[in-house]
Design a protein around this ligand. Structure first.
Ligand code: APR
Length: 249
């Protein structure tokens, strides 16, 4: 890991745009299970069609709310780990670059750790919105009950999370695409890199010339395309990277 980090220090020092693209593995060391890590993965124990799909919500809204409430109860108990904190610190150590976080996570931990420019391409379990897209969106703070009826149009309210088969928020995804295309260094961390269209972002960055770094304890379908595919956990990698960058500053 340290040899690869040494190699990417110069590109990071020279970069003007750096992107960190994160997935569930980043929050694993905070105690939030990933989706697809064998028997411990969330989707090994429950069918996503039941709890994160429009069809599931139409069939059984109570089950969908219950799953989100369970996840939120977990989010309320956990804290950012050294990976989240390292990403926030990294933004302060880059002499020329703006750091953009593009996350598939819905747990809000990047922001708690101090990252400020965060695009949540799969939405957030800390917000609700009108199920009929009338424009109503509201914060849903941890520990508080959600309204079930839209105060603007009376339709049902739902978690502001992108469910299976749904399009991503156009503006958020367009910002994510622009940041990826403009990236000098693109770090993909803690994602199996298979769920589209988010998984297209690392390849888009690569095709537009970014140096691609992948951080994951396991190989992914994207590993062979990365310039550096580093077998490490996020909470080992980012503190080590920040320590080496701080010594160079
Ligand atoms: N550090 C870095 N990576 C890790 C760690 C860790 N400590 N622990 C596990 N990983 C890696 C796993 O090896 C795996 O490749 O994190 C990845 C998690 O993959 P998924 O469970 O598929 O999660 P993600 O890629 O975020 O899923 C994408 O799928 O169901 C949807 O909407 C959900 O946003 C999610 C999307």
């Amino acid at each position: 890991m340290n040899d690869a980090i040494a190699d990417i220090l110069d590109p990071l020092m020279q970069a003007t745009e750096v992107v960190v693209f994160s997935g569930a593995g980043l929050s694993a060391d905070s105690g939030i299970p990933t989706f697809r890590d064998g028997a411990t993965g969330l989707w090994a124990n429950i069918d996503p069609d039941e709890v994160v799909s429009v069809a599931g919500f139409e069939r059984n809204p109570g089950k969908v709310w219950a799953w989100h409430e369970t996840m939120r109860a977990l989010f309320a108990e956990v804290s950012p780990n050294a990976g989240h904190r390292g990403i926030a610190e990294l933004a302060t150590l880059l002499p020329k670059a703006r750091l953009t976080v593009i996350t598939q996570n819905i747990d809000g931990l990047h922001q708690v750790a101090g990252s400020t420019r965060v695009f949540e391409v799969h939405g957030s379990a800390l917000r609700v919105r009108c199920h009929h897209h009338c424009g109503f969106v509201a914060l849903w703070p941890l520990g508080e009950p959600a309204p079930r009826q839209c105060p603007s149009c009376g339709a049902r309210v739902r978690p502001d999370v992108v469910w299976f088969g749904e399009p991503l928020d156009e503006e958020v995804f367009s910002n994510a695409v622009d940041s990826s295309l403009g990236a000098d260094v693109f770090i993909s961390v803690g994602t199996s890199a298979i769920i589209q269209p988010a998984a297209s972002l690392p390849m888009a960055a690569k095709e537009s010339g970014a140096l691609i770094v992948e951080v994951n304890p396991h190989l992914t379908p994207f590993s062979e395309f990365a310039d550096y595919s580093i077998r490490a956990g996020a909470s080992q990698f980012f503190p080590a990277l920040c320590a080496m960058l701080a010594r160079r500053a």
